[in-house]
Write a protein that binds this ligand. Structure first.
Ligand SMILES: Nc1ncnc2c1ncn2[C@@H]1O[C@H](COP(=O)(O)OP(=O)(O)O)[C@@H](O)[C@H]1O
Ligand SMILES: [Mg+2]
Length: 451
């Protein structure tokens, strides 16, 4: 059995889940389960390295001899989510964002139901660290927040909002290297909230910015800064900062801690603004980090000042990721020449015309095939791939070099302006890591958590 680019495939049973993957991969165990599939730690026999293999299950209907076999196929929203995640990962290139190593081509267009891709394997997610008894020094916290903000500054420079930042989507290694994953909810900048979407919109409430909770018409990059601010507070307090049980309760908890915003600082729908105006709480002084000092008395005052700037109720007053990196809290970490800016904006408009499962499946299939073609050399398992001609509506065929392939190759070589190497493994960067106790005891974390 081989796929459309000629890779030999094998079937693997992993805890009752069937995986159809290239023979170069040896699946070891399931390390994460999400709403649409699972993530397995996997050995790459070609490189000898371990990677993470994500299987998004039954995304598209398979077609068998002109009959559509609907195997628990997903909603159009979910199908778009998977496509979006793939395209965004193909675009981004930053040491604090999971990097795409391979997208696995299907056996055929008709058989294309599951979507598999491979990223770097990380040792734990931040939820696991937060619920372990791993001690976290100020240096740890600072380094984690710095890396999250670096990732944000990069994606925001490409006009990508993550929209689902929470500890489960922040991955860590024992050497404190951090990478953000899960771009399924990402969107372009200044997107307009569709009130009918609010109920479908699944970002975890606890990390949701006030303007999202209040259905403000337009939403900007600062929603992600709020989420990282919530994670920052959680790192200090080792418990969820605002653990609301409903949208109104979430707002009440935020206001109880930060104080009641002035009417000018409330960005939301008319009913949302009224709701906040009617709450009774002491007035918020947006300049002061007193609330944070009371909540985390032993914490670094510079960290608390930054935390307050990240948790501004008014998104217009909230610090941007780029400015946050320059905050004095990071004076020992920040190297202005090291900021990595994406040279190309990401264009989400590809979604506008995708209004049917067939259209999304076709676009996803073409995206996967083009990616595989442009990475043939890198991911080859020794078999020279040739794209079989497929009867795919809208397929650009294999004779002309697809535009997106060209764009991708230029991205891989020069998508980021790097004035210095972004690899934090360089000796200079290594010094910036928390000096030990700085390294996690990954075995103790692992025992209690993921692996
Ligand atoms: N590259 C990776 N390395 C290690 N663990 C990972 C990796 N990617 C995902 N995980 C784990 O799997 C979980 C689910 O993955 P994620 O990409 O967030 O999928 P979902 O969209 O289903 O939430 C994560 O919360 C994390 O625990
Ligand atoms: Mg996730």
């Amino acid at each position: 059995m081989s796929n459309v680019i000629g890779q030999q495939l094998c079937k693997v049973d992993m805890e009752g889940e069937e995986l159809i993957i290239p023979t170069r991969y040896q699946v070891e165990k399931i390390i994460g389960r999400g709403s649409y599939g699972l993530v397995c730690s996997t050995r790459d026999r070609v490189t000898g390295k371990n990677v993470a293999l994500k299987k998004n299950i039954d995304i598209f209907p398979r077609i068998v001899s002109n009959r559509t076999v609907i195997k628990k196929t997903r909603s159009i929203l979910t199908q778009k989510r998977i496509l979006r995640e793939l395209k965004v990962l193909m675009h981004l290139n930053h040491p604090n964002i999971v990097s795409l190593k391979e997208v696995i081509a299907p056996i055929s267009f008709n058989d294309f139901g599951d979507v598999y891709f491979v990223t770097d394997l990380m040792e734990a997610d931040m939820r696991a660290i937060l619920s372990s008894n791993q001690g976290l020094s100020d240096q740890h916290i600072k380094y984690f927040v710095y890396q999250m903000l670096s990732a944000l500054a990069h994606m925001h420079s490409a006009d990508i909002l993550h929209r689902d930042l929470k500890p489960e989507n922040v991955l860590l290694n024992a050497d404190c290297e951090l990478r953000i994953c899960d771009f399924g909810l990402s969107r372009g900048v200044d997107f307009e909230q569709d009130p009918t979407m609010s109920t479908n919109y699944v970002q975890t409430r606890w990390y949701r910015a006030p303007e999202l909770l209040l259905d403000h018409a337009t939403v900007t990059k600062e929603i992600d800064v709020w989420s990282v601010g919530c994670i920052f507070g959680e790192l200090y307090g080792r418990k969820v900062l605002f653990q609301g049980t409903s949208t109104p309760n979430q707002l009440m908890r935020i206001i109880k801690v930060l104080g009641k915003p002035t009417p000018a600082d409330i960005k939301g729908s008319r009913s949302g603004v009224e709701f906040v105006n009617n709450l009774s709480a002491p007035e918020n002084n947006s300049e002061s980090s007193l609330w944070a000092k009371r909540m985390f008395p032993g914490a670094n005052p510079l960290g608390l000042d930054l935390l307050n700037k990240m948790l501004q109720f008014n998104p217009d007053k909230r610090i941007t990721a780029e400015d946050a990196l320059k905050h004095p809290y990071f004076s020992d970490l920040h190297d202005p020449t090291e900021v990595i800016t994406a040279s190309e904006k990401f264009d989400f408009s590809f979604e506008d015309t995708l209004d049917s499962t067939h259209a999304i499946k076709t676009e996803c299939y073409n995206t996967v095939i083009q990616y595989c073609k442009s990475h043939q050399g890198r991911s080859s398992n020794g078999v020279l791939p040739s794209v079989a001609s497929q009867n795919v509506p809208g397929s650009r065929g294999s004779t002309t070099e697809p535009q997106k392939t060209q764009r991708r190759s230029s991205i891989s070589s020069s998508s980021s302006k790097r004035t210095t190497s972004p690899q934090r493994k360089s000796p200079a960067n290594k010094n910036r890591r928390p000096s030990n106790g700085g390294y996690f005891d990954s075995t103790s974390v692992a025992k209690q958590t993921l692996y």
